[in-house]
Write a new protein. Structure first.
Length: 573
């Protein structure tokens, strides 16, 4: 029983516990009714509130001066009636010659003017303030209830005041004798204030109609704008949009791939940290074009869309980059950048290894042939001929190595040329040093010079292979601290219109290798030369083919004038 009781007791609160969250959710929903979460609804309500507020404010600002304007118009109208009445000479004459009488000529003329102008009253008085006319005939002969001293003093008065006929807008002017010009009385004209108020009230419905029309137009515009924003934001709440922006920023600056976003005018509007690092920029360059940020070159052309294609190669500084550009719906574009420097280096090392393997295979084949030849000479007991043959074979390789080491004293550069000579021999190309070659062991950047020479020799071997007299000549000279490199080949040469194009990243006339793309070697050569303040160019060879010339200022260290070590060997014969 206790177990059942426990189970029942445990299960009992279940519904109430379940109702708790539902009740809380219901409370949250009720609280959220006052302010919707959808961006469309929030923007619509805010714009309606703004439109309503502006309409009410404009209506109030219009009504506030309207009453004052109507008062002023009523007072000026009363003053004009009083001035017109005062200039009539018969009224002044009758005031002087007749007594104050309800049936007198002044009363009759004043009532005629009142009826003709629609004024509330036209009161004519003498200098003592005694009325000669009034709307109520019983008041004729009595003193006026308001002070007429200013009008009797010769001033024209406009005011809103209360008299025996109630609140009115009135105008008072002095009444003068037409003959002498002296003041003999005053004319006071009043316009009922209720008529002014009725005009104000009658203007309000029309004003409210205009205000309602303006509010309706504003509400329609708010709805259309909200619908457009609704479509553009895909009905996301503001909190969702803020969250997406935060996630986008974290993602863009966290990925290890450069991202550059451009607007329809070609200006940079976004650049993440990796893109700044790959492009070597200290700032993101927002609001400027790639040419303004990077300068003219292939990288700016790729980002700007002037060079199209997939996986475009470009060189920026010492980095080899792979770029892709994708247009966006708003007319802009997003470009991605990947660092391929290490991959390109590994690919070139693989090419070098493959070339070394080919050279070793060729040497192995050649060595086997020579051993077979030597074995045959020994079996035929032609010992002297065998000695001569071995001497000649060893002498050729030794002469090549000695020639290189005598003229090129840097070990890395000498080893490169010896290896390239072996590869050239296997490909049927004669690789030789120019008689003017002499390069001391004072290079500031031996790996950089090895890259330049290696790329130039590889291109020369590719161009010369298969020609009638396949040969490549390398010249390395030191002129003070400047290194001058020339590589001549017997290939078809380079047309004049392509002599700048061949130094462009990604341009090549050869098929791409298995590990990637071509078109980087000569671009790296020029980039390394320009980074050291030098030049790289190509011209025609005198005897046919191409001649590449690279000048590298400050490529050699200062020569030690008092060195205790051995001097550089003289140029061999």
């Amino acid at each position: 029983m206790s177990t059942a009781s426990t189970a029942t007791g445990t299960a009992g609160p279940g519904p109430s516990q379940g109702a708790g969250p539902r009740g809380a959710a219901g409370t949250v929903r009720r609280l959220r009714i006052g302010w919707p979460q959808r961006a469309f609804s929030q923007i619509l309500l805010m714009q309606l509130a703004v439109a309503t507020g502006v309409t009410v404010l404009a209506t109030g600002l219009f009504l506030a001066p309207l009453g004052a304007q109507l008062d002023d118009q009523a007072m000026r109208r009363a003053l004009a009636i009083a001035q017109t009445t005062a200039v009539q000479p018969r009224i002044a004459e009758d005031l002087l010659t007749t007594p104050a009488n309800r049936y007198g000529p002044v009363q009759q003329e004043a009532e005629r003017i009142r009826r003709a102008t629609g004024a509330e009253y036209v009161v004519i008085m003498n200098r003592q303030g005694v009325r000669w006319s009034h709307t109520d005939p019983a008041e004729v002969g009595n003193v006026v209830s308001t002070d007429p001293s200013r009008a009797l003093a010769g001033h024209e008065v406009m005011e809103i005041d209360s008299g025996t006929l109630g609140r009115s807008a009135r105008g008072k002017v002095p009444l003068r004798d037409p003959d002498s010009g002296r003041i003999i009385g005053a004319v006071s004209v009043g316009i009922a204030y209720d008529s002014v108020r009725s005009r104000l009230l009658s203007a309000i419905p029309g004003l409210l109609a205009y205000a309602g029309g303006a509010l309706a137009v504003g509400a329609l515009a708010a709805y259309l704008i909200s619908r457009r924003i609704h479509r553009r934001t895909r009905d996301l709440a503001f909190s969702d949009i803020a969250g997406l922006l935060a996630e986008r920023e974290a993602m863009l600056h966290g990925i290890r791939e450069g991202v550059v976003a451009l607007d329809r005018a070609g200006r940079i509007r976004l650049m993440n940290d990796e893109a700044q690092r790959l492009l070597g920029l200290g700032t993101d360059g927002r609001g400027r074009t790639p040419e303004e940020v990077l300068g003219r070159g292939r990288t700016a052309d790729v980002l700007g869309g002037r060079v199209t294609g997939d996986d475009l190669l470009t060189v920026r500084g010492h980095r080899v980059l792979v770029a892709n550009r994708m247009p966006t719906d708003d007319g802009g574009a997003v470009a991605t950048l990947r660092d391929r420097t290490e991959l390109e280096r590994l690919g070139r090392e693989l090419d070098g290894t493959r070339g070394l393997i080919d050279a070793l295979r060729a040497q192995d084949h050649e060595h086997a042939n020579r051993m077979h030849t030597l074995l045959g000479l020994l079996e035929l007991e032609m010992y002297e001929e065998a000695v001569v043959y071995v001497t000649e074979v060893v002498g050729v390789h030794r002469a090549t190595a000695e020639q290189v080491t005598e003229r090129v004293h840097d070990p890395l550069l000498a080893a490169l040329l010896v290896g390239k000579a072996t590869v050239a021999a296997e490909r049927g190309v004669s690789l030789r040093l120019s008689p003017g070659t002499l390069m001391p062991d004072r290079l500031v950047d031996p790996p950089g010079l090895v890259t330049v020479v290696g790329n130039l020799v590889d291109n020369a071997l590719d161009a010369s292979a298969g020609s009638l007299r396949a040969e490549v000549e390398v010249e390395l000279r030191a002129e003070g601290r400047t290194a001058v490199l020339r590589v001549r080949d017997s290939g078809p040469g380079v047309p004049e219109d392509r002599r700048e194009l061949i130094f462009t990243e990604g341009w090549s006339t050869k098929e791409p290798p298995a590990h990637g793309r071509r078109g980087i070697g000569l671009a790296l050569v020029r980039r390394l030369a320009e980074r050291q303040g030098g030049t790289a160019r190509v011209t025609d060879r005198t005897s046919g083919g191409a001649e590449f010339t690279v000048v590298l200022p400050e490529a050699l260290a200062e020569e030690l004038r008092h060195s205790s070590g051995p001097s550089l060997p003289e140029e061999g014969p």
